[in-house]
Write a protein that binds this ligand. Structure first.
Ligand code: SF4
Ligand code: SF4
Ligand code: SF4
Length: 302
């Protein structure tokens, strides 16, 4: 059986040559051995740029927003988390299902690019599993048009051991005293640069106009101060409440290494406890807990 990478290149070439899609989005090698950034392929002869390795980390779903007004169909390779991102965008009416062709990949897990850079290429096999994959509940795509066959490659996730502790960091922070918690969060968000990388990479952050780009809104300013940063942190987290697909991309790209997933997961945990178990981006038909309301809701609506 051919490798996933060979299958990816062959299918991309086929789809572009037949004119079935205008573009294929996958991953390619760039400047660094420990990163495989997104690739946007429009010519069949460029399909050999596509790679599949343990650093194909980026969630590709978000990039579809750049082409949401395009007439032609776009093909996209989807791991489990990319596919959940697609469900997110479909549920938010951001993309048209007819205009995307999804090629699923059963994901073995990816490795941590930052730690890879620190360890060096000679120790490539020792690079740990990416944090986001440690607690991944859906490594196989939840939505696709075709699924690539497995190539028998080593499952990085399985080699890394038990997938436990999805809410361990949340429990650790919850166990702190109020003062300790305040020190924990302010200590983190005092370092926030307001670069918005966490927002820009997020498939759930897909508003046409973001509140943080509206400096005249009166809600928030551009200042890097504790109160502004905390307002940003809480607003971003609440805007993805019930919709966060746990792809971990926000935390991965944060240049300050802030514990963004602890905040996301705190909200996921609370929603599960308040409204019952729910996983965002898994079931196209299931409405997010905060995405619906009833007029006869027993709680008052303020
Ligand atoms: S989060 Fe899951 S689907 Fe995404 S890269 Fe990690 S193991 Fe693969
Ligand atoms: S908030 Fe973070 S983990 Fe959640 S969907 Fe957005 S990028 Fe992914
Ligand atoms: S990526 Fe990190 S530093 Fe940048 S805005 Fe988000 S939390 Fe702040």
């Amino acid at each position: 059986m051919s490798s996933i990478q060979e299958q990816m290149r062959a299918r991309a070439r086929e789809l572009l040559t037949r004119g079935e899609v205008k573009m294929v989005i996958g991953w390619e090698k760039g400047t660094f051995w420990y990163l495989s950034p997104p690739a946007f392929i429009t010519e069949p002869q460029d399909c050999d740029r596509l790679v599949w390795d343990e650093f194909c980390t980026n969630n590709l779903a978000k990039y579809l927003l750049d082409y949401k007004l395009a007439e032609e169909k776009i093909a996209l390779f989807v791991k489990g988390c990319d596919a959940r991102g697609i469900v997110r965008l479909l549920q938010d009416n951001q993309i048209d299902r007819e205009k995307v062709y999804l090629i699923g990949i059963k994901c073995p897990g990816v490795r941590d690019g930052r730690q890879a850079a620190a360890l060096g290429e000679e120790r490539r096999s020792e690079v740990p599993l990416a944090e986001k994959c440690r607690y991944c509940t859906h490594p196989e795509p939840v939505i696709y048009d075709e699924l690539l066959q497995e190539d028998g490659g080593a499952a990085i996730r399985e080699a890394a051991g038990a997938q436990e502790g999805r809410f361990a960091e949340v429990a650790r922070v919850e166990a702190m005293s109020p003062d300790e918690r305040y020190a924990f969060w302010t200590g983190a968000y005092d370092r926030c640069l307001r670069c918005y990388a966490c927002r820009n990479i997020c498939p759930a952050c897909n508003c046409r106009e973001c509140i943080f780009d509206r400096s005249q809104s009166g809600w928030c300013g551009k200042q890097m101060s504790r109160s502004e940063n905390m307002f940003f942190a809480i607003t971003r987290a609440m805007h993805v409440a019930g919709r966060c697909i746990e792809c971990g991309e926000c935390e991965r790209v944060c240049p300050e290494g802030l514990p963004i997933m602890a905040l996301n997961k705190k909200i996921i945990k609370d929603l599960n406890e308040l409204f019952g178990e729910y996983e965002a981006g898994v079931d196209l038909e299931a409405r997010p807990p905060l995405g619906q309301y009833k007029l006869d809701d027993p709680e008052e609506f303020h």
